[in-house]
Structures are given as C-alpha cells and as structure tokens.
Design a protein around this ligand. Structure first.
Ligand code: NI
Length: 163
C-alpha cells in the first residue's frame, strides 16, 4: 500500500524515533509499504517518520544496477565514519529543494533486516553512503536542510519563498 509522504513543517518529521522492539508482521508490512512508497515517488531512500511512523526503520535502493534491490534496515546504527564526500541532496519530504551536503565517505551500518536478522552494510562512498546517513538522520528528526552551510540555507529559504 502506497503511503502519504509528509512534507517539511510537519512535526512528525522532527520526532526522535523509537527502536523497534521486535520485527513483527506489522513491521514487515510497514517496511514493504515504505518500499512501495519510495519507488512510487522515485526516491532512493525513505525513513519511517516521513510516512508518519515514529519507529527506527529505513528503506533504500541506491540504484547501482537497473534491477531493483530494495533494502530494509531496522534500528540502524552507523559506525566507522571516515573521510568526506560532498554532493547535492534532495528529500522526498522537501519537494523541489536541493543543496550540497558534506557527509562521511566510509560508513558501516548495522541493524536488522525485515526478517529480524542482523545485517551489516559497508559503503566506501557514493550514493549508498549518502543515503544511509540521510535516512538515519531522519530517525533523529534531522533534515538535510539542517546540514547546509549558512549561504546555502539562505539560498534555499529564498527558493522556498518562490515555490
Ligand atoms: Ni529525506
């Protein structure tokens, strides 16, 4: 089922999400719905608060191949954050807005998959590294807009007024 994506200004996007205590059928359904919603919106990642849930769940598919390969990460924890990459980011919750964000290049993400199994995802840079950090930020109520430098924030504010 396709879910409604909340947009910036909605308080639910600013909530610190709670860990998922157990991967139940309900959680699996939510993750599947989030994947459907992400693809329908042509996004590469989606976090639970964007669809109004306060649970620590992210889904993503950095589209490194033509075939769809959606991944679910429940209670994600990032570690081994090293290096630096800088690139343009947008967000399904901030339609029409873009900005350059500096992120760590190397990321290790651990958490549970939709079967409740422990998984480890390592990324050396590129879209996957950015998506993991961007989506995990959402679980702590942080939007990419918060991570722009002051000059870019000013530009985005002006653009938003024009939207
Ligand atoms: Ni986002």
């Amino acid at each position: 089922m396709k879910l409604k994506i909340l947009t910036e200004g909605d308080e639910k996007l600013r909530v610190i999400c709670k860990p998922v205590p157990k991967v139940t059928a309900q959680i699996k359904k939510l993750a599947a719905d989030m994947i459907e919603t992400m693809y329908a919106a042509k996004g590469v990642g989606l976090a639970a608060p964007q669809v109004g849930s306060d649970l620590r769940i992210i889904v993503f598919d950095p589209r490194t191949s033509r075939r769809r390969k959606p991944q679910v990460l429940i209670n994600p924890v990032l570690s081994e954050l090293e290096g630096e990459i800088r690139g343009d980011e947008g967000c399904l919750s901030c339609p029409g807005l873009w900005g350059e964000v500096t992120r760590y290049a190397h990321v290790k993400a651990t958490g549970l998959n939709e079967k409740g199994e422990e998984v480890e995802i390592e990324s050396e840079g590129g879209v996957l590294s950015v998506v993991l950090q961007h989506e995990t930020d959402h679980l702590d109520g942080i939007l990419f807009l918060d991570r722009l430098d002051p000059a870019q924030q000013l530009r985005v504010m002006k653009e938003r007024e024009e939207l």
